[in-house]
Design a protein around this ligand. Sequence first.
Ligand SMILES: N[C@@H](CCC(=O)N[C@@H](CS)C(=O)NCC(=O)O)C(=O)O
Length: 326
Amino acid sequence: MSTETPETSAAGWTREIDRGRFRRQASAFRERVTADGSSGYPAEAGRYHLYVSYACPWASRTLIVRQLKGLEDAIGVTIVDPIRDDRGWAFKDAGVAHADPADPLVEADPLNGWSFLAEGYAATDPDFDGRVTVPVLWDTKSGRIVNNESAEIVRMLNGEFDAVAKRPEVDLYPEPLRAQIDELNERIYATVNNGVYRAGFATSQAAYDEAVGELFDSLDWLEQRLASRRYLTGDRITEADWRLFVTLVRFDPVYVGHFKCNLRRIADYPNLWGYTRDLYQQPGIAETVRFDHIKRHYYVTHPSINPTRIVPRGPIVDFDAPHGRG
Ligand SMILES: N[C@@H](CCC(=O)N[C@@H](CS)C(=O)NCC(=O)O)C(=O)O
């Protein structure tokens, strides 16, 4: 077996680099769960399961929406090991080098007994040869992945499971704000959520400079926007806020150092920093943010960026400090 990680193997990493620029692969499985069952996947309690990593910002969005809607009893979750090798995301006791076998947050696969999430991809499509990503929404009834695109999973959890949600009244994508949310999402995805990866995974100076320039232009723009609004669209929290939050909360602990996104820290932006703490302190959110998994994942799993795999002790960041944005 190769000891290369996905970041250095020709099969994985190089396919996502185009002239020094990182391009995220398109998600492969795009079926939908619907409230009325018209898609063939009816929303039901106990039928669907999320496979996620606490480290991953895209997966974290799905955990946040599951939490806010009160879907914990209706949709199960399994947490994978934050450390990956060339076999991809792994479950407890898969024997991944550099993993912590005593990590209390990492779980065994309770449904299928897999060691690696790749087994679920192969069960869904034996010819699948892309990267195995989280999040995955798994259907226990048909034994296949319904969807592995977080943007779509978030919409399903928000809108299709109300009959089994404890908080069906929570709506993160309200009709009157949809156009505004879509517009915000587009810029935030390209330049912020994916922008930090484009900076960190760039293999040319030009690609890095371009990504960092766009990233900080967007952060400056968001800082201004949040000067006159508590949240991105006004006084209610929407999907756009949670999509931004998952990157902001990782920014100072990881992206400033590991991905070289270091023109400024989030702590240097008064509005963005208060806003990040405001969202972090919303009920149920802090338990979806596990800094140990976040830091170990990035610093240990990308040896082309951090060959020593040393995880820095800092920075000391107080996400519980009063946010002052009321
Ligand atoms: N489009 C996907 C992207 C998910 C994604 O890229 N996840 C990363 C972790 S943050 C992953 O699983 N990467 C595994 C790999 O590249 O091997 C989504 O938003 O759901």
